[in-house]
Design a protein. Structure first.
Length: 150
């Protein structure tokens, strides 16, 4: 059911305005960057109801099983914001590109899709540099210790 707002006017005929939602997204994409294989990282995507009617999110779908979405559906009142949580858990090394599709009762944009990307990796690695390429311990007697630094 679509809510209607009936406004009386000076003439004989009333003015009828439909009260509709208007779905807007705070971001045009979600990029997780590099995530450790097997670890889970969560990003927030805000869905904004910029219209005067109640926005009903009926379905959220993402094509890749490496991603999970919470909540699965929701109602967003006029002027309110829904924080959509997207989790990424890369099962293996490599790039994971998908698309998040949001279905709603917004008549102008009943379905919005945005790209969701992430990479499974081994995380930041140390960048070690040595001032020498080899250590020469020379002759060391059995049972003695010799310490060299680099």
């Amino acid at each position: 059911m679509i809510p209607l707002l009936i406004l009386a006017c000076g003439g004989n005929e009333p003015t009828v305005n439909r009260i509709l939602p208007n779905m807007a997204l705070a971001s045009s994409s979600v990029d997780f960057g590099e995530v450790l294989v097997g670890e889970t990282v969560t990003e927030n995507l805000q869905i904004i109801n910029a219209g005067p009617g109640q926005l009903k999110i009926t379905e959220l779908e993402i094509g890749d099983g490496s991603y999970d979405i919470t909540p699965g559906s929701a109602d967003v009142d006029a002027g309110e914001i829904l924080d959509l949580l997207i989790e990424f858990t890369p099962p293996d090394f490599g790039d994971y590109a998908s698309s998040l599709t949001i279905s709603s009762n917004d008549e102008e944009s009943p379905e919005l899709s945005i790209p969701v990307t992430g990479t499974g990796g081994d995380g930041p690695q140390p960048d070690l540099v040595s001032d020498t390429l080899a250590l020469d311990f020379g002759d060391v007697e059995i049972g003695e210790e010799k310490v060299l630094y680099f």
